[in-house]
Design a protein around this ligand. Structure first.
Ligand code: SF4
Length: 394
């Protein structure tokens, strides 16, 4: 399949959270009501001003992420969605997702989401043990999550993703198994299971940065789970979810038949996307740009009626090929060799023949039925595999 410019995705960023989680380095922060109002006004202007980028294209998906979009009043989301419906070609079957945080949604909000065309919810649970949730700095308990999940279901949402996190300090293999068991009882059609990453600049980095370095040096960490325990958690996740009928379609993502995320699949398959909001990235016509990350730099130009200054950068063919490979290999299906040729007019063997042969010898990649994909061993060291696809020249 050739990734064409005839389809496009829309991402809308809401950079507000009630409180910052201890591990989070996303562009989000607490804010006052009037700060959120000013931001939403600017955001709506940007959504209108960028509609030309989508002209003549089919909208594959809309994703309202954050931050915590459900922190906003339902009217703020409805007004934004009304505008999206008016300015972009949203079809009835277009996937429209909103991220919801447990404890930040009520019945009225959930019903409003359904009313304004949102048809998928992504909920950040992370863990089901309250002591771990508290340590992560999450604002909710497991009980609160269950309440929020139930009311979203009652509002008519059957397409719900739940985010889970393993590799948390203090989390044993038994606790992770219990979390998976509890969540599987809900029969939700999509689960994202990520490993905790210790990001610089976060409270967790202060607490665990040195421990992370120990682990990277191959030493036994003092607080973080060992690499061996992390691998066991990953293996347990795959086994339990597959047995429960989920299809493992991306390194960290599992879905019941027909419930793969259209939006995230689009990123991994390099569909063009428009990002609206603070710090949001866009990729259109192989040009990439990022919105300003400072609130004032974002809001001021939009309040004057024009888009903020951004530096648009054309991706070289080399960069496009690298992205094609390491994003595509995130998917368990891998990349089709014929797609590479179709997209770049070059044979992948000519560009990556040596790398692919070596990685296959190392047991990290497999080639079958016209596609290459990560093996189980390759998934464990996926960052190493991806880095091998960086090329100096083509
Ligand atoms: S709710 Fe999500 S975006 Fe907000 S601070 Fe926590 S992890 Fe970050």
């Amino acid at each position: 399949m050739k990734t064409t410019d005839s389809e496009i995705q829309l991402y809308i960023h809401i950079p507000f959270c009630k409180r910052k989680c201890a591990y989070c380095d996303f562009l989000s922060a607490p804010a006052t009501f009037s700060q959120m109002e000013s931001y939403m006004d600017a955001l709506r202007k940007e959504i209108s001003l960028r509609k030309g980028e989508a002209a003549g294209k089919r909208l594959r998906s809309v994703y309202i992420g954050g931050g915590t979009p459900s922190y906003l009043l339902s009217e703020q989301i409805e007004r934004t969605m009304d505008l999206v419906q008016q300015e972009y070609p949203v079809q009835p079957n277009t996937e429209v997702t909103i991220e919801v945080n447990p404890g930040m949604v009520n019945e009225a909000k959930a019903k409003a989401y359904a009313r304004c065309g949102i048809n998928r919810i992504s909920m950040g649970l992370q863990e089901t043990h309250d002591e771990l949730l508290a340590h992560l700095g999450r604002i909710h308990t497991y009980h609160k999550f269950l309440e929020s999940y139930t009311l979203c279901r009652k509002a008519g949402f059957d397409n719900i993703n739940i985010d889970l996190m393993c590799g948390i300090p203090g989390q044993s293999l038994e606790m992770w198994e219990e979390t998976l068991t509890r969540v599987l009882r809900l029969r939700t059609p999509h689960l994202s299971c990520y490993g905790l990453i210790i990001e610089e600049g976060t409270p967790f980095y202060e607490l665990y940065g040195e421990d992370e370095e120990r682990r990277e040096r191959g030493e036994e960490p003092l607080h973080l789970p060992s690499e061996e325990l992390e691998r066991s958690m990953y293996a347990m996740t795959g086994q339990m979810l597959r047995e429960a009928g989920y299809h493992h379609y991306e390194i960290s993502n599992y879905a019941k038949e027909g419930f793969e995320s259209v939006h995230n699949n689009g990123y991994w398959q390099r569909y063009p996307y428009i990002g609206c909001g603070l710090g949001a990235s866009s990729l259109v016509g192989e040009e990439r740009w990022d919105n300003p990350r400072e609130m004032e730099d974002y809001i001021t130009p939009l309040s004057e009626g024009h888009l903020p200054d951004v530096e648009k950068r054309a991706l070289s063919v080399k960069e496009q090929m690298e992205e094609f490979m390491f994003l595509g290999l995130r998917r368990m299906e891998g990349v089709y060799i014929s797609d590479f040729t179709e997209n770049f007019g070059r044979d992948s063997e000519v560009i990556y023949g040596d790398v692919m042969a070596r990685l296959r010898e190392e047991g990290l990649l497999e080639k079958k039925e016209g596609r290459i994909f990560l093996t189980g061993k390759g998934i464990d060291v996926s960052n190493y595999v991806f880095s091998e696809f960086l090329i100096d020249s083509v």
